[in-house]
Ligand binder design. Structure first.
Ligand SMILES: Cc1ncc(COP(=O)(O)O)c(C=O)c1O
Length: 386
């Protein structure tokens, strides 16, 4: 199906950088190096510089980036990991892959990220990591979590899959916890043309462990010091990512511009995203809340506008996690938000006229259905930061 305004279109990114991407591919294919070669080494160095981190280690996906970070932090069977249920389920899959169990805490109703005030009460003797997820492109309030982690000796692993380039108090997301885990899924703010991920850290010991863990646990060929896996970012993807890295900031600026335009046009009819005052939101997703989400989504679809829901079923209510014994009502904010959220089209190549068309149709829908107007109430949103 073709849309007047699709939710995303990664092919446009390829077209805008066709020359650089094809040069990268042409450099790698005849080189004879396809795995753990010079392209990966260069990208890892440049990505670490981009973040302001000491090290970055490429791997095969964002899911495995979280898994590898947890393994490097010593998380294993029987341990507990504190996390939100309002995330992409792969965050939780990664926890399960280590043999540990997710312990869910609720989210902040205005920014949708982990409610840092809920974490301390969830800590037990088994807690071996806290995973703040910077959902939609906005950073969790990290300082209280980092202080808690430090005081209790619990590693903090940032899930930065949706927030490449976002900042918190002047630092780039992913660099403040013990590890930061990134996804390069094609539609991410920095996306490969295939799967990919990376972990960053400022710990040399952590870095050495990650290098082993992603490569069968080898310290050198046929010497296995850790129980590792195969999770490597291949040379082609590393070269393609490296070619795109210089554009990430300008793409994020464009995402913020689009977000501002949406917010200015929609703030009187729906709840628009709140930006916390301590960081820069990079709008991997632009998510509104509405009174009658499903009807609005269908109306927009009829007009040729594609929207999605991130996420319709929170992790604690997924069938796969039923064994954990959570029930409806355990995470009231997460569950309420889940009913009302709608992600509008968001990608840097979106034109102003496409954005205006989306705004116009959402405003029109509410003129036809005034009972569904759902404006922010004090305390639910905070003003849009500069
Ligand atoms: C918040 C979050 N965590 C983890 C992942 C997993 O990343 P990947 O799809 O690269 O495995 C994703 C992406 O889907 C995500 O959005």
């Amino acid at each position: 199906m073709s849309f007047k305004v699709p939710f995303g279109d990664v092919k446009l990114r390829y077209e805008s950088l066709r020359k650089q991407i094809e040069e990268s591919v042409q450099r790698v294919l005849p080189s004879g190096y396809y795995i753990l070669g010079p392209e990966l080494e260069r990208f890892e160095k440049r990505f670490a510089d981009f973040l302001g981190a000491d090290f970055s280690v490429g791997c095969a996906s964002g899911t495995e980036a979280i898994y590898l970070a947890m393994k490097a932090a010593g998380v294993g069977p029987g341990d507990e990991v504190i996390v939100v249920a309002h995330t992409a389920v792969p965050t939780i899959s990664a926890i399960s892959m280590t043999g540990a169990e997710p312990v869910f805490v609720d989210i902040d109703p205005s920014t949708y990220v982990m409610d840092a005030t809920k974490v301390e009460a969830a800590i037990t003797a088994k807690t071996k990591a806290i995973i703040p997820v910077h959902i939609y492109g906005q950073v969790v309030d990290l300082d209280p979590l980092l202080a808690l982690g430090r005081a209790r000796g619990i590693p903090v692993i940032e899930d930065v899959a949706q927030a490449t380039g976002a900042t918190y108090k002047g630092k780039i997301a992913g660099t403040m916890g013990d590890f930061g885990a990134f996804s390069f899924y094609p539609s991410k703010n920095l996306g490969a043309f295939g799967d990919g991920g990376a972990v960053c850290t400022n710990s040399e010991e952590g870095y050495r462990k990650l290098l082993m863990l992603r490569n069968y646990g080898q310290s050198k060929r046929y010497h296995h010091d850790e129980i590792g896996i195969n999770s490597r970012l291949d040379e082609l993807q590393a070269a393609i990512l490296d070619a795109q890295l210089p554009y990430v900031h300008e793409w994020n600026v464009r995402r913020r511009e689009i977000a501002r335009r949406f917010t200015a046009g929609l703030k009187d009819v729906v709840v628009t995203p709140a930006e916390s005052s301590f960081g820069t939101h990079v709008y991997h997703l632009y998510v509104i809340q509405t009174q009658d989400r499903d009807a609005l989504q269908q109306y927009l679809l009829d007009k040729g506008i594609q929207t999605l829901i991130h996420y319709p079923i929170p992790a604690h209510l997924q069938k796969a996690y039923a064994y954990r014994g959570y029930k409806r009502g355990d995470l009231p904010v997460t569950e309420q938000v889940t009913q009302r959220i709608l992600s509008l089209p968001m990608f840097p190549e979106l034109t102003d006229s496409q954005v205006d068309f989306v705004i116009q149709e959402i405003v029109k829908y509410h003129a036809l259905n005034p009972q569904h107007v759902f404006v922010p109430t004090p305390g639910i949103t905070t003003p849009l930061a500069k």
